[in-house]
Write a protein that binds this ligand. Structure first.
Ligand SMILES: C[S@@+](CC[C@H](N)C(=O)[O-])C[C@H]1O[C@@H](n2cnc3c(N)ncnc32)[C@H](O)[C@@H]1O
Length: 210
């Protein structure tokens, strides 16, 4: 990685991602998903911790937040301090999590399946760590079913992923979950408000290990 890219990744990208992911309309989307978490929660790609305030302290025992990018998790300090539930942070990638089989009651994945480099391996890890009967709660952007939007997504993905920390705009998250051994229990889709369609085709819902 060149000096400019590494300066950008250290100083610009975390600020930009944190601000974009913390906008009020994004928080409104999170509220549809995160409060359903129960028990021991594994949140993968926790980044700046925007979900932490939304966990229900009567339902959640603790949150294990995993993320391999220190520049992102450094921004989570305030959210951790104010969180209504205990939070333990792991410097770890989704593809290789130092956790036991069946350790989590809930896995939470928000705006992260787009960025995990080996996403199939990451989802297989989540499935391994979720207990039988556990739930994966997801809120992700991805490939639009509209052919015109999808065409632009495929065109922009190579340069977008370079400026956006490895984020891909053309992943089909519900299909990836199915291929990783999850049964989709509920999925809803819509274009996010105040967001270009190429970035804002959202899928959210719940899945369980098959
Ligand atoms: C767009 S941010 C979303 C952050 C947070 N989940 C949210 O909803 O605001 C994507 C996150 O994925 C993290 N990430 C990148 N590679 C990862 C990997 N291999 N495993 C887990 N997380 C990863 C990044 O560090 C970043 O925090």
């Amino acid at each position: 990685m060149g000096a400019v890219q590494s300066w950008y990744n250290r100083h610009v990208l975390p600020r930009w991602v944190s601000a974009a992911c913390g906008m009020p309309h994004v928080t409104a989307q999170r509220r549809r998903v995160v409060p359903a978490a129960r028990g021991v929660v594994l949140e993968v790609g926790i980044g700046p911790g925007h979900n932490l305030a939304l966990y229900d302290p009567c339902q959640v025992t603790r949150v294990i937040g995993a993320d391999p990018v220190a520049e992102m998790t450094e921004r989570a300090a305030d959210a951790i301090a104010r969180a209504p539930v205990p939070v333990e942070m792991l410097h770890a990638s989704a593809e290789d999590l130092p956790l036991e089989n069946g350790q989590a009651d809930t896995a939470v994945l928000t705006f992260t399946a787009c960025t995990i480099p080996r996403v199939e391996e990451g989802l297989a890890e989540l499935r391994r760590i979720l207990r039988p009967g556990g739930r994966l709660l997801f809120l992700e952007h991805g490939l639009s079913p509209d052919p015109e939007v999808a065409r632009w997504q495929r065109r922009m993905d190579p340069w977008w992923s370079r400026i956006a920390g490895g984020c891909h705009v053309n992943r089909e998250v519900p299909a990836l979950l199915g291929a990783a051994g999850f049964e989709i229990l509920k999925v809803e889709t819509e274009y996010a408000v105040k967001t270009p369609r190429v970035l804002g085709y959202l899928s959210w819902g719940a899945a369980a290990p098959r």
